[in-house]
Design a protein around this ligand. Structure first.
Ligand code: NAP
Length: 282
């Protein structure tokens, strides 16, 4: 039976550290601020935005919410981003994705000042991540790295398999594992022999978006299994990509859903916002 990786505890430790550093900045007259922009009324996005605002309050940041109607034009959103880029109270800008279909997400991401891009989605920050010289890391993969570190398992020399190649999870995840000297395989929907590849992983990260996708036969005995997936099962209950009950018998460490990667994403957003405030102070 695997050890559970407790995302709630690890994220609480990250946030406590951010809070201490935020208090130190406050004593020097610096207030940290995060602008959160939401367009439309996607219920999942609303939950994420509320959680982000709650985390800001917890660590001592100011949060500024901009809730725009669904029919907001791309031009109006770009104008808001431009205004926030120039607002010295705002250290980080987060535009909650997905955006309504009529808005080009890339255009919006590209408009965010790279020093306020606390999601680390701007191509300039993506480039920095690629070459291993970065201020911000994308929140979810950075959170996964913290969870792996919490197990004490070294990434160096390990076979690491990432399932999924999205720009926000899979690709940066693979890059971070590579920076830690893992031997990394990125897999996706066209990958052949996926089960065999996964079964050779010392560290397996699933970011697919399909409930129960990772079955017990895809897990190497003693592996670290990280479940990024956030899905709803037939009963509407939140669940990951990994068949947790079966895989926990084979893995050495495993993340639960909920309570694994999810809380880390928000904690890393807080860390990035603090980093942004420091960079802008200079
Ligand atoms: P995405 O953009 O939909 O990417 C999914 C990836 O899975 C794609 O690269 C896709 O391959 C691959 N895939 C789909 N079917 C596959 C198959 N049968 N075999 C192998 N690979 C397959 O999703 P995402 O944004 O990366 O998110 C993935 C999951 O993580 C979702 O459940 C999402 O909700 C969750 N998530 C959680 C957090 C968190 O904080 N916990 C944050 C972000 C995302 P192709 O590229 O070939 O299509």
């Amino acid at each position: 039976m695997a050890n559970l990786i407790d995302g709630k505890a690890v994220s609480a430790a990250v946030k406590a550290q951010v809070k201490t550093e935020c208090e130190a900045l406050k004593s020097e007259g610096v207030t940290v601020g995060l602008a959160v922009v939401i367009v439309g009324d996607n219920p999942a996005s609303r939950v994420y935005v509320n959680n982000k605002k709650k985390a800001c309050a917890e660590v001592g940041f100011e949060s500024y919410e901009y809730a725009l109607p669904e029919e907001t034009t791309q031009q109006e959103l770009l104008e808001l981003v431009d205004k926030l880029n120039g607002d010295s109270k705002v250290n980080g800008i987060l535009v909650q994705l997905p955006l309504p279909r009529h808005i080009d997400e890339n255009a919006v991401i590209n408009a965010i000042s790279p020093v306020k891009d606390v999601d680390a989605f701007h191509p300039r920050n993506v480039g920095h991540i690629m070459i291993g010289d970065y201020a911000f890391l994308p929140c979810t993969p950075a959170g996964v790295m913290e969870l792996i570190a919490s197990t004490g398992v070294e990434v160096e020399g390990k076979n690491c398999v990432v399932i999924g190649r999205s720009n926000i999870v899979g690709k940066p995840m693979a890059m971070l594992l590579l920076h830690k000297n893992g031997t990394v395989t990125i897999t996706h929907s066209r990958t052949k022999n996926l089960k065999e590849i996964c079964a050779g992983a010392d560290i397996l990260v699933a970011a697919v978006g399909k409930a129960g996708f990772v079955t017990e036969d895809m897990v190497k005995p003693g592996a670290v299994v990280i479940d990024v997936g956030m899905n709803r099962n037939a009963e509407g209950k939140l669940c990951g990509d990994v068949d947790f009950e079966a895989c926990k018998e084979k893995a050495r460490y495993i993340t639960p859903v909920p309570g694994g990667v999810g809380p880390m994403t928000i904690a890393m957003l807080m860390r990035n916002t603090l980093t942004a405030a420091r960079i802008q102070r200079k």
